[in-house]
Ligand binder design. Structure first.
Ligand SMILES: *[C@@H]1O[C@H](CO)[C@@H](O)[C@H](O)[C@H]1NC(C)=O
Ligand SMILES: *[C@@H]1O[C@H](CO)[C@@H](O)[C@H](O)[C@H]1NC(C)=O
Ligand SMILES: *[C@@H]1O[C@H](CO)[C@@H](O)[C@H](O)[C@H]1NC(C)=O
Ligand SMILES: *[C@@H]1O[C@H](CO)[C@@H](O)[C@H](O)[C@H]1NC(C)=O
Ligand SMILES: *[C@@H]1O[C@H](CO)[C@@H](O)[C@H](O)[C@H]1NC(C)=O
Ligand SMILES: *[C@@H]1O[C@H](CO)[C@@H](O)[C@H](O)[C@H]1NC(C)=O
Length: 382
């Protein structure tokens, strides 16, 4: 009971610190200051889409569902600009059954302030275990300044032929109580589906959380650095998604690995969007994202669709930080690692090595190699 009170006080303190000033946070133990830029309203990109909608729906009254949604006319116009039309009803329901509903994950007191939301494949028991033992372990015991109440959750689909793995997962679920599994066949094309059903889970079973940190299971999150970022960032409470920005968005591919069909997204280009390997999503944008996504065609490129298309239509702000990584093969030096919130393309051994490294933050000599080994962590260059 005493501990819980203490925790409440600490969480309260975090909020107060965030509201006023976080200058006392010691960032000197990191080698560089946080670098970031805010991208202002960027609906400008929409003007580059051909306006093909006006002829089709000339007598357009706003449809009831769009009105119910509270979407401004601007949003409806944006949808028409991108898709050439809009839809009155749910055309892409994200309502798959939860095979494992994880309803107890957030059922704790106090409710988590931050949810570490990790996309995972059913077979990757080892990766999940490595995350549990390293950056996903009770962050409150990580010393440093990470005093935010946090929960870890793994979002899984299922294998097409799944039979046995169900039992294995049941054991793991009972033991660690951090798994959610949706009845979605794992495939690249289903990633958006998996993300959206994950967000619906957050909305349903974790409704008091303030932030979701989305990460892939081969990502290492530097929790102390992340905590500093949360506390130092003035816009964090204001419907803003944070991550590594692709400012030009990029062309929509019609073939190959990232192919999207014309009816899934008719525009030639994506709006600016964030790399999907890791980003911070405030809880207060989730409902709008789900409502909107269900009224648009399915788009398989989850990060570009969610942090690009949906975000732009909803006029949610986006904030770039180089502290998140973008490319799968990004190399970095150990000292640069300390300034990063997220590093990607990390295997199990490397995850443990990086965890060791974060525990020595502040006292580490960047030129001394005993804590990092290129053979263990191929992401390191010297
Ligand atoms: C999802 O919603 C659609 C449309 O309302 C419905 O037809 C379908 O049966 C639902 N699926 C599940 C798994 O509930
Ligand atoms: C399911 O499919 C995977 C990949 O194709 C295969 O390795 C595995 O043996 C299959 N499992 C069963 C139970 O058939
Ligand atoms: C997921 O992907 C598979 C194969 O790509 C597909 O058959 C299935 O309909 C998709 N959706 C769900 C909800 O599993
Ligand atoms: C939050 O966003 C709204 C709308 O963009 C703006 O008016 C307000 O000043 C912002 N508040 C903060 C604290 O940045
Ligand atoms: C991490 O540190 C522990 C204890 O210092 C050590 O036993 C372990 O080998 C280290 N792991 C890696 C991958 O560096
Ligand atoms: C690490 O090495 C670089 C160049 O090799 C040098 O400039 C720097 O002073 C060294 N730092 C420490 C802490 O020894």
């Amino acid at each position: 009971m005493r501990r819980k009170c203490m925790l409440l006080v600490l969480v309260g303190a975090v909020v107060v610190i965030t509201v006023f000033n976080a200058e006392f946070i010691d960032v000197n133990r990191f080698t560089q200051p946080i670098r970031e830029v805010v991208l202002k309203k960027d609906l400008g990109f929409l003007s580059s889409f051909p306006d093909v909608s006006t002829t089709e729906h000339s007598s357009a009254k706003p449809s009831p569902s769009v009105t119910q949604l509270g979407l401004a006319k601007l949003r409806t116009d944006s949808i028409k600009k991108i898709y050439g039309r809009s839809w009155d009803e749910v055309i892409t329901p994200y309502n798959q059954t939860y095979l494992i509903d994880g309803r107890d994950i957030c059922n704790v007191s106090p409710p988590p302030f931050l949810l570490l939301f990790v996309l995972s494949l059913p077979k990757n028991t080892g990766e999940r275990q490595a995350i549990r033992q390293t950056w996903g372990s009770n962050a409150n015991e990580n010393g440093a300044s990470f005093i935010i109440s946090t929960k870890l959750m793994f979002m899984l689909g299922r294998m097409a032929n799944e039979t046995l793995s169900g039992k294995v997962l049941q054991k793991e679920t009972t033991k660690y109580k951090d798994i959610v599994q949706a009845d979605i066949v794992e495939s690249r094309h289903n990633l958006t589906n998996k993300m959206m059903n994950g967000l619906r889970w957050v909305k349903t079973y974790c409704p008091k959380v303030k932030y979701i940190l989305k990460a892939d299971e081969d990502t290492f999150i530097n929790v102390a650095r992340f905590s500093d970022y949360l506390m130092k960032n003035p816009n964090i409470n204001n419907k803003t998604i944070h991550g590594y920005l692709y400012p030009r968005g990029g062309m929509v591919q019609r073939e190959g690995r990232y192919a999207v069909r014309n009816e899934e997204l008719p525009s030639a280009q994506y709006p600016p969007y964030l790399s999907g390997t890791s980003y911070i999503l405030p809880f207060d944008v989730i409902s709008d994202m789900l409502d909107l996504a269900e009224r648009l065609p399915y788009c398989p490129i989850d990060d570009a669709f969610m942090t690009g298309v949906l975000r732009a239509i909803l006029d949610v702000k986006i904030q770039h930080s180089q502290d998140f990584t973008h490319m799968l093969d990004m190399k970095m030096s150990p000292c640069r690692f300390h300034t990063h919130i997220a590093v990607t393309n990390i295997d199990i051994n490397c995850m443990h090595a990086l965890w060791n490294l974060t525990k020595h933050a502040g006292s580490i000599d960047c030129n001394q190699s005993s804590f990092y080994d290129k053979k263990i962590c191929s992401i390191f260059i010297f």
